[in-house]
Design a protein around this ligand. Structure first.
Ligand code: SDX
Length: 437
């Protein structure tokens, strides 16, 4: 049997060598296992931002950034977008296989049964001022779910891990809609048994008691709205070891309560370089305002001395078009035609994309629109406030976060995550009394 593939690292300073094993995956680059490097050669590896570092083995999602490929458990995102639903895709991410009809029915019932939140939890919202950012409320309220389920959770029991995953997936839309209702001073709306996942979310967001406001037109249950939202949830469900998923994995590796781990993921997602970009794209488009102002923003994006970045453009992995952005761009047309014909921001976004994609700066750096570039256009057409855009992302990404949590907890080889560093601080020195400083 051929020796497993290795690479030899040689230190020219002393001639010492380390034979490091190479591990092959199903798809994508192989990896060099460096865990023995410190003991063999006395070095750590150094990779700020983990640009070239594989943090784990995973079978959930595969991305080919050069080819613009995204697979959920081997299925191309384009096929799932066309044929699947968010809940069916969430089942796929969690279990690894597409559900048979009876399995999907059971999973959907499990989610429905857990979609209510404890009445006491509703009181948490009263602690937030009405203009609190919904992501601040999400981090706090989702983290507080730990208090409701901490005692009964045996993380080593797969059945209880599954219940926690279902609870989180089920309660996110209810909590998210409650954040919005609190911010606009409307009473909370409960999930209904006769509505599906995306229908329920939009109903909890926008349904108003008819006696107060007259018959509401229930526009939010229009199939164009509910199916497009379901598609957006599906497209945002998972994305390999992105910053927020890596945060969930690191928190999970300590054995922390899953509700606390997902709250950590929500916090990481909030940043404008990550999930907060969809909110930042809308604000950027509103600031640009008119096509004739695009060149000055493109110039700012190219100016090293200007911190301004073209929000919704560029990606750590995709050096080609983000396949999700292409699907969302197409979905924009149906929603805008139905709810917001000739939305000037959509025209502006397409013009901005056209100009950027023909500019040498963006071409040389392989900067393309990412998932966040068009999603906000759809959310806006669905009357979702801009400060709720990242909350939408968090609802969807909970499917991926819980799938990675379950995968990590089921891995017998998983250990607490604990990176090292290149220390550049002061050398050892002795304490000086104040008079001697
Ligand atoms: C998401 O990881 C994931 O999978 C994330 C995500 C998911 O589903 O989980 O896909 C979701 O977070 C999408 C990304 C959303 N963020 C944005 O749209 C914010 C704008 N984009 C940039 O901040 C940036 O592109 C990042 C953060 C997305 C990627 O940053 P990197 O990999 O650190 O890129 P980089 O800084 O190494 O950029 C390389 C060059 C630099 O120029 P030079 O130093 O070579 O001259 O490209 C430039 C950057 O200045 N550049 C940009 C730019 N993005 C990169 N210049 C202008 N505008 C931009 N948007």
């Amino acid at each position: 049997m051929a020796d497993p593939k290795c690479v030899i690292v040689r230190d020219p300073a002393n001639g010492r060598e380390a034979e490091l094993p190479v591990r092959e995956g199903t798809l994508g680059p192989a990896v060099i296992e460096v865990r023995d490097l410190p003991s063999r050669l006395g070095y750590f590896t150094y990779d700020p931002g983990f640009v070239s570092t594989a943090s784990c083995r995973s079978a959930i999602t595969y991305i080919d950034g050069d080819e613009g490929v995204l697979l959920y458990r081997g299925y191309p995102i384009e096929q799932l977008a066309e044929h699947s639903s968010f809940l069916e895709t969430a089942y796929l991410l969690i279990h690894g296989e597409l559900p048979r009809p009876a399995e999907l029915t059971r999973f959907t019932e499990d989610i429905r049964r857990e979609s209510l939140i404890h009445e006491t939890l509703r009181k948490f919202f009263e602690g937030f001022h009405h203009d609190a950012h919904p992501m601040a409320m999400m981090v706090g309220v989702v983290g507080s779910l730990s208090a409701f389920y901490h005692g009964e959770l045996d993380i080593d029991d797969p059945a209880q891990r599954y219940i926690s995953a279902v609870r989180l997936l089920a309660k996110m839309p209810t909590i998210a809609a409650a954040c919005y209702r609190h911010s606009v001073g409307l009473p909370f709306v409960y999930p209904r048994a006769d509505l599906d996942y995306s229908e329920n979310f939009l109903n909890m967001m926008f349904s108003v008691p008819s006696l107060q406001y007259g018959e509401d037109a229930q526009w939010y249950l229009d199939p164009v709205a509910t199916r497009t939202l379901d598609l957006l949830f599906l497209l945002h469900a998972d994305h390999e070891q992105n910053a927020s998923t890596s945060t969930v994995r690191l928190a999970s590796s300590t054995g922390a309560n899953p509700y606390a781990c997902i709250a950590a993921g929500i916090a990481a997602l909030w940043g404008p370089a990550h999930g907060g970009a969809n909110e930042a794209v809308l604000e950027m488009l509103q600031e640009i305002g008119r096509p004739e102002r695009i060149p000055r923003f493109i110039a700012r994006a190219k100016d090293r001395n200007d911190p301004f970045r073209l929000m919704g453009f560029g990606h750590r992995v995709y050096k080609n078009y983000d396949p999700r952005a292409q699907i969302i761009r197409k979905a924009c047309h149906a929603v805008l035609e139905r709810f917001s014909p000739a939305d000037p921001l959509f025209e502006l976004a397409m013009r901005l994309e056209e100009i950027a994609l023909n500019d040498a700066y963006f071409i040389e750096r392989r900067l393309y629109p990412n998932v966040d570039f068009y999603s906000g256009i759809i959310y806006r057409a669905l009357n979702i406030p801009v400060n709720m855009f990242t909350v939408m992302f968090a609802i969807a990404r909970t499917a991926g976060w819980v799938a990675h949590w379950l995968e990590l907890k089921a891995d017998p080889g998983q250990r607490i995550g604990r990176p090292r560093q290149l220390y550049v601080g002061a050398p050892r020195r002795d304490y000086l009394p104040p008079a001697a400083r």
